[in-house]
Design a protein around this ligand. Structure first.
Ligand code: HEC
Length: 242
């Protein structure tokens, strides 16, 4: 019994989240049943991100899962003459990209699972760009210092500036970000856009998450029933053995 408790508590340890990262992540508060959010996220992705980033483990046609028809996908979300069954690659040549950005823009299919915090990480990243003339593209990122990515959504978000704070050892770090020049969207609208992209990228990272969770509940119920039956059987078998 003691062993069982030890194993169980070890298994549950990661859920307690005791090892949280240093940088505070904003809560994206995404809803994976919100088809409209994923559809908007997909539209933003093909328009603003796919020029550099691929989703090379995800097919266009998989977007039917959140309510789009093949025609809508082909007409609104695909450029050129690919097929809806194609993987979402990028036309960005890797060698040139490495030259331009110092690094190749990574494939984003699994980012929501690789980055600790998932959707919250992506949401915080997209809202954390700020003006920094010392960087090649004139921007830096509070969550991802010295990032190689330009702030491609600046026209929509506007320009943020960093309030720098110095600690007792003279190390400077970004305390907070202030919007100094509004973009085409209001703060709420831009946050919604970042949330939509985070929702879409979280779906892409694990399209079957909702099914997995609902099947999981049935599996646990089955195991419970099976456990009761096996205990009763065991009692029945052993009742005459002394
Ligand atoms: C002009 C090219 C370009 C565009 C367009 C672009 N990115 Fe990036 N992105 C990059 C580069 C380059 C990096 C790698 C940064 C680094 O490692 O320093 C990056 C990194 C990232 C990362 C971090 C990945 C990780 O885990 O390290 C995320 C998330 C991301 N981009 C999301 C987006 C989203 C969402 C969009 C669309 C709104 C977008 N990017 C548009 C070039 C681009």
């Amino acid at each position: 019994m003691k062993k069982l408790i030890a194993i169980l508590s070890l298994a549950l340890l990661p859920l307690t989240g005791f090892a949280s990262g240093a940088v505070h992540l904003e809560s994206a508060d995404i809803d994976l049943t919100d088809d409209a959010a994923m559809q908007r996220g997909a539209k933003y992705f093909v328009n603003y991100c796919q020029g550099c980033h691929s989703l090379k483990y995800f097919r266009y046609e998989n977007m039917q899962k959140f309510g789009l028809t093949k025609e809508q996908i082909r007409n609104n979300l695909m450029f050129g003459d690919g097929k809806v069954g194609d993987l979402m690659t990028t036309s960005m040549p890797a060698v040139e990209a490495a030259e331009w950005f110092g690094t190749v823009p990574p494939d984003l299919t699994l980012t929501a699972r690789l980055r600790k915090g998932g959707a919250d990480w992506i949401y915080t990243y997209l809202t954390s760009f700020y003006k920094d003339e010392s960087r090649p593209f004139g921007v830096n990122n509070k969550l991802f210092p010295n990032v190689g990515m330009p702030h491609v959504l600046m026209e929509l978000q506007g320009v943020q500036e960093a309030v720098i704070e110095e600690d007792e050892h003279g190390n400077k770090h970004v305390k907070e970000l202030k919007l100094v020049k509004p973009g085409r969207l209001s703060v709420e609208e831009y946050d919604q856009l970042a949330r939509d992209l985070a929702t879409f990228l979280t779906h892409v990272a694990e399209p079957v998450k909702l099914e997995r969770q609902s099947i999981g509940i049935w599996v646990m119920l089955f195991l419970l029933v099976f456990f009761v039956v096996s205990v009763m059987l065991k009692k029945e078998y052993w009742k005459d053995v002394h």
